[in-house]
Design a protein. Structure first.
Length: 250
């Protein structure tokens, strides 16, 4: 008779991560765009380009296994121990309850495949809140549903016929296409257990998404001005067993 207490939790430790995007202005470009209005427009355009670049870096990191200063990603959270054993400083080979629901073999997309993974990521009322995949796989799912389409009559009795979908669900859960998602991957996410934490910069104002912008400075090795967009934070999962991924979907 087993009377000992099974350990089902331990302390996870996640490091703060940091992203940085340089904003560089050439003094000659500023001079050529003479006039305060023109210069302001130039600076605004370069600033927006830098903001898009760092958001692109953050979006890419979300779907890429963690290295260096990059955030802990969905790849890390949804693995079992096949590719990512240590997550949050807890080794999954020692604590199986810290494993995500990982299907690395995939294969031909089917409703049965989705149902199996959905069930693996569920427990009672706890079910995935979002499915994320790439555009091509999203289109494959659309093709699965197309034979089930039924023509619906609008007011007045006229049929409305469309050649495709602009939104889809599986078991009531939205499935979306993300440009940063790896081709052939489908993530089954429970957003309740996914958290994004950010740090405020001690010197520069930080917006609600965690981004701050430094003052412009003149570098010693070029004729221009340079600033930086900074982001400090991380994305963590507090219960990986309710997160999952299917890879190599065709």
């Amino acid at each position: 008779m087993h009377t000992g207490k099974d350990e089902t939790r331990t302390r996870a430790i996640f490091n703060w991560r940091q992203l940085e995007q340089a904003i560089t202005f050439s003094n000659i470009d500023i001079a050529k765009n003479g006039g305060s209005a023109s210069v302001f427009k130039l600076l605004a355009e370069d600033m927006e380009d830098a903001r898009l670049a760092i958001k692109d870096t953050l979006g890419t990191a979300m779907f890429t296994a963690q290295t260096g200063d990059a955030i802990d990603s969905l790849v890390d959270a949804c693995d079992d121990q096949t590719n990512v054993d240590a997550y949050g400083n807890i080794t999954r080979s020692s604590y199986s309850w810290w494993e995500g629901q990982y299907n690395g073999t995939g294969g031909t997309l089917s409703l049965a495949m989705l149902a199996t993974q959905y069930d693996d990521c569920s427990n009672g009322a706890i079910v995935p809140s979002l499915l994320v995949t790439d555009k091509d796989t999203w289109t494959l799912y659309e093709a699965l549903l197309t034979p089930q389409v039924r023509i619906q009559l609008q007011a007045g009795g006229y049929p409305k016929i469309d050649g495709g979908f602009n939104s889809m669900v599986f078991r009531g859960t939205s499935i979306i296409a993300d440009e940063y998602c790896t081709a052939g991957y489908i993530y089954f996410l429970n957003e309740k257990f996914l958290k994004v934490y950010t740090l405020k910069h001690p010197k520069y104002p930080t917006d609600k998404m965690g981004f701050s912008v430094t003052d412009l400075k003149e570098p010693i090795n070029q004729d221009g001005q340079i600033g930086h967009i900074l982001w400090w934070g991380n994305m963590i999962c507090t219960n990986p067993r309710f997160e999952g991924v299917i890879r190599s979907v065709s």
